[in-house]
Design a protein around this ligand. Sequence first.
Ligand SMILES: *[C@@H]1O[C@H](CO)[C@@H](O)[C@H](O)[C@H]1NC(C)=O
Ligand SMILES: *[C@@H]1O[C@H](CO)[C@@H](O)[C@H](O)[C@H]1NC(C)=O
Ligand SMILES: *[C@@H]1O[C@H](CO)[C@@H](O)[C@H](O)[C@H]1NC(C)=O
Ligand SMILES: *[C@@H]1O[C@H](CO)[C@@H](O)[C@H](O)[C@H]1NC(C)=O
Ligand SMILES: *[C@@H]1O[C@H](CO)[C@@H](O)[C@H](O)[C@H]1NC(C)=O
Ligand SMILES: *[C@@H]1O[C@H](CO)[C@@H](O)[C@H](O)[C@H]1NC(C)=O
Ligand SMILES: CC(=O)N[C@H]1CO[C@H](CO)[C@@H](O)[C@@H]1O
Length: 889
Amino acid sequence: MFSTLKLIVCCFIVCANICRLHAKDCSVLSDDMKFDCQPETDEFATQDRCEQRGCCWQPANSVSENGDGVPYCFYPTDFATYNMSTPEETVFGYTATLKRRTKGYYPNDIMALKLDVYLETETRIHFKIYDPANARYEVPIKTPKVTKKVNVTDYDVKFKMNPFAISVIRKSNNKVLFDTSLSPLIFADQFIQISSSLTSKNIYGLGEHQDKLAHDVTWKRFVFWARDMPPDSGNNLYGSHPFYLNMDNSGNAHGVFLLNSNAMEVMLQPTPAVTFRTIGGILDLYIFLGPKPDAVIQQYTEVIGRSYMPPYWGLGFHLCRWGYGSAENTLNVVKKMRAAGIPQDTQWNDIDYMDQTRDWTLDKTHFNVLPSVPADLHQHKQHYMMIIDPGIASTATNYGPYDDGIKKDVFVKDDQGKPIIGSVWPGKTAFPDFFNPATVKWWENWARNFHDQVEFDGMWIDMNEPSNFIDGSTNGCPNNSTYENPPYTPRVTGGKLWAKTLCMTAKHSIGLHYNLHNLYGYSEMVATHQVLINIRNKRPFIISRSTFPGSGQYGGHWLGDNDSEWSDMYYSITGILSLNFFGIPLVGADICGFNGNSNEELCQRWMQLGAFYPFSRNHNSLYCPSYPVMCKDQDPTAFSTAMQKSTANVLKIRYALLPYLYTLFYHSHINGTTVARPLFFEFPDDPMLAVVDKQFLWGSALMISPVITKGATTVDAMIPAGVWYDLITGQAINQPSTQSVRLDAPLDKINLHVRAGYILPWQYANLTTTETRMNPINLLVALDVKGQAAGDLYWDDGDSLDTVAKGAFSIWQFQAENQQIKSNIIKDGFPSSSQMSLGEIKIFGLKSSPTQVSANGKDVQFSYDTLYKVLTVTNLKLPFNKFNTLVWT
Ligand SMILES: *[C@@H]1O[C@H](CO)[C@@H](O)[C@H](O)[C@H]1NC(C)=O
Ligand SMILES: *[C@@H]1O[C@H](CO)[C@@H](O)[C@H](O)[C@H]1NC(C)=O
Ligand SMILES: *[C@@H]1O[C@H](CO)[C@@H](O)[C@H](O)[C@H]1NC(C)=O
Ligand SMILES: *[C@@H]1O[C@H](CO)[C@@H](O)[C@H](O)[C@H]1NC(C)=O
Ligand SMILES: *[C@@H]1O[C@H](CO)[C@@H](O)[C@H](O)[C@H]1NC(C)=O
Ligand SMILES: *[C@@H]1O[C@H](CO)[C@@H](O)[C@H](O)[C@H]1NC(C)=O
Ligand SMILES: CC(=O)N[C@H]1CO[C@H](CO)[C@@H](O)[C@@H]1O
């Protein structure tokens, strides 16, 4: 009896397997459920090739803008993939073996894989799928090593065994956050793919790309491959951040991070679903449970590393252009800025200061007196920075950095073991291998040598994708390598992996460029961060073009070479918010636009927006539209007095609010919260705000609603439910529910609103942060309907190393309720805290004039604005540490 049954079952299995070869199950329910089995270009995709893969072919006719649409070729529901062994419980979670029996369509399938599931924290689950027999490349960045699982989790994990699938469920509402059962897992040596469902179409992140903040899920392809490319939608750009945030329709957010640095694609489709497709490494996936969007970012940065504390001066205004032409002209712009009374902390130079664009040199004709520029700036409590590129001129005679580099063996090698030579600004160049400790020493030596002449305060590291003006090298790339020409190439700009960069077979001390390409900029940031510390013994300031998860620990980023166009001004907002998701809060775009001539209106509006970039720099290109026509100046002094005045005002507002911004950087450093954030971060359950990306917030409390359209003198701002006060006048907008409000925005005004319930520390502004920091601290108190508000202030000397670790800082917490404001010092480590004073307190939303106001029990003078209901108490002149209460009756 039993054996007959066994025999029947056995026959059935054999038959099913044979039959599968002939009839596959192509009966997917809808187009949305089709997962692309032929992601290659259209020229490649044919019915024959599709069916050879064991996939289904059904022509469809919807094609989206980027050329992807409903796939013609898709996986049958019974496509052969991995089966799973019974998962075993371990001290860290679960482990299991995944096995497939037949080879797939990409070469070198790994037939037996291991799955390890780590229950790392209450809100973080991590799983790895890898080859247990042969170690594969894994990304060399530090992540938490968890060896014991937590007992309590916000998630359940479930497995399907035949075929294998894993799903992660949020316990509180039973929502499936991640589910890989929709499409088969593929794991070949150079083609790895896993898909998952999404909880909704609200998906954010996936950088670095130029797009709206909330991505469209109608068949979108995002390519992750560092590339020197002016931002344009559809292109892979300077950095790679394979992280997304997905928010369900009731406002619960989760995040997913694939820790993988190989060339990659992420596909979005309307299912809604996501597919990660990479051509190397392993599947190393993290899922963060949130549920608040900002908590997702905190959980993510706990894995990749928290952002660093920038020096305070780095939050001031920066000015740069390519093509000042001389040291004198560079300094003249600074002098004009001072004369016009426009705040500026840092002056920069682009590559024109160098001798024949060679690193660590000066153009002796035009920049001979460059050393006097930082000297003058320092005298005026300002700072100096210049650009440095990784490409080291390799054919110059008596060029120390190259000769010494050869001696110390610091350069990336070609497949034959000789320094790989590309072409960048100085002509032929070699490329430092920043993964090699000898390179870091060499880098420090030349940086120090230059710093002895030109006392720079920070470094702008550009071209570090790495960018190469020729493809691969001066010798091309080996044509017989599966790294140069992998079985599948993600749809990178330029069509091949080595387009405008190094060969994939190039060798770093720790591995192949094929694996490490996306980490080149990251490795330069790590090296440069240490070098700046060693040279200056102060907080480093680095702005890098190429970034990777974790870069925020070492510096900041600017959004690259975009145009002086209104549309690019809009995209700068989404770029800045996305980089905050990626743990790089120190971010800005080139104010007034880089390529092309700016104009007064655009530049005035862009200065208003840029005053609220966490990193605020106006930067301009050399030739517009082309050689030899120089781009018109676009620093504020190049425009009318009215424009200059408006710019000075908005920068003074920035400078005034820096104590608040700096405190946000501290929160980011400690807890990983975002500095600039979209409205939906604060109001996740308000569906009206899920896609708002033309406004943003600093922290929880300050809303910025810029004009980003030509000719506009009003702005239609989406104002979340609640009370919001105009930052300058205190006029309240009381919103019973979220709606769009048309706000006046004459040319010299940007709309700034303070959210009821918050207290912001600020100072009157001077023309540098150093001077501004000497002024008393003031408090802006925005009462909510219950008459309450809260806030805090982090303060330290703003420039020395490790103030947080050493405890050399102070923190005050402020609280308003029951007609009084209290200040508590909860940490008093800043050595000069006793020299700080309280200047004035302004209270927004006080229904009627008080008759008496006292500070620390003593009556004080006050004024009350009956129109906007603002109480102002000036001239308090109290030591900040001694202030405890302000009471009004
Ligand atoms: C996976 O399991 C299913 C169901 O038990 C079976 O039909 C199939 O042959 C197995 N495949 C492999 C590759 O072991
Ligand atoms: C988890 O549970 C185990 C066994 O009940 C216990 O020994 C351990 O201390 C718990 N760990 C934590 C972090 O609570
Ligand atoms: C590969 O390169 C070598 C040397 O440059 C050349 O001789 C050979 O023809 C090339 N092979 C192919 C397939 O292009
Ligand atoms: C490719 O060709 C080069 C030069 O002939 C040779 O040194 C190398 O070993 C070859 N590589 C492969 C993978 O065949
Ligand atoms: C960090 O988060 C914890 C827990 O929410 C909170 O108590 C603490 O105040 C936060 N600290 C900072 C500096 O943001
Ligand atoms: C800085 O600004 C304050 C407040 O406006 C002013 O009193 C002070 O004189 C200014 N300091 C300098 C050095 O200009
Ligand atoms: C120089 C350049 O390519 N700029 C791009 C910047 O982004 C816009 C979209 O906003 C593109 O259209 C431009 O081509």
